[in-house]
Design a protein around this ligand. Sequence first.
Ligand SMILES: [Zn+2]
Length: 344
Amino acid sequence: MSEIIDKLEGEKPSALSALEMITSQIELEDWKQTYLGKNSQVMRAFGSLGSLTKEERPVVGKAVNEVKKALEFAFTEKQNQVQQAELEQQLTSQKLDVTLPGKPVDHGRIHPLNQVLRRIYRIFGDMGFQIYRSPEVETDDFNFTYLNMPPYHPARDMWDTLYTKKEGVLLRTHTSPGQIRVMRERCPEEIRAILPGATMRYEQLTARSEIEFIQVEVLVVGKGVTFAEMKGTLLDFARRTFGEDARTRLRASHFPFTEPSAEMDVECFVCGGKGCSVCKYTGWVEILGCGMVHPVVLQYGGYDPQVYSGFAAGMGIDRSTLMRYRIDDIRHFRNNDIRFLEQF
Ligand SMILES: [Zn+2]
């Protein structure tokens, strides 16, 4: 019995001095394997306890356990030392300067189209308008029929429409279907709303035309709303957008969903009316289409045209943004080239 204890006690100093010499994690692992592993003296001593007498067993067991604990304690101490030393070594060799400023994070920018949109929201917001969203995928009824263009009406050909495979479902060609949705939601209340959003047309992709573009629809419905109020509202909008002195003009036009209809031009904001390539040497730039909401449209929206009237306007954002910033290709807006976007 003392044989086992002697053997262990005899090995302890050499184990401890071997531990003392260690400087790395790898050496530590080796040491642990040798002195505390499955085939170590200590573990084998535990295994041989079974061959001892009942009286010997607890005495030897206790002694072996003490040696094991002593070795484990020394090991843990040494492990901490080694880790600390390695950390310090790492810190000095890598020379981390915590006072150095960090790498700047690039700030994103607001897309030019969204900048323009936000300006429009602010202007109409100041005038008491609410912003409405309506679906980009519409039914034939909302896109055409309810806007006074029944099936086979030739006016439908004014838009090169993208149809889906589902009968009667299409990508909206203008934001005007939103007029019907707002009216049906709000009827019989008065309405002052703008409806911004993407619209899609089957166009050839060129520097001047894209299949997707953003429109903002303006809708006012109430009792006794007049053409003069439309003109005043749109003039105010133009002045807040292009400057206090901006001159505008209304030209008679035709849309199936307004009567009478007009188009609004603003004096060319590039040349000031003298004539340039942007205004095609006319001095004027078209900014929106507008008119009094057609009685049929009011009816489809749920309003009695004998009691209510209203005006609507629609403007495309892409073209005017193009002109405003003198951008040479409309496709820049949607191809996500950071070199283009960084300029705004
Ligand atoms: Zn011009």
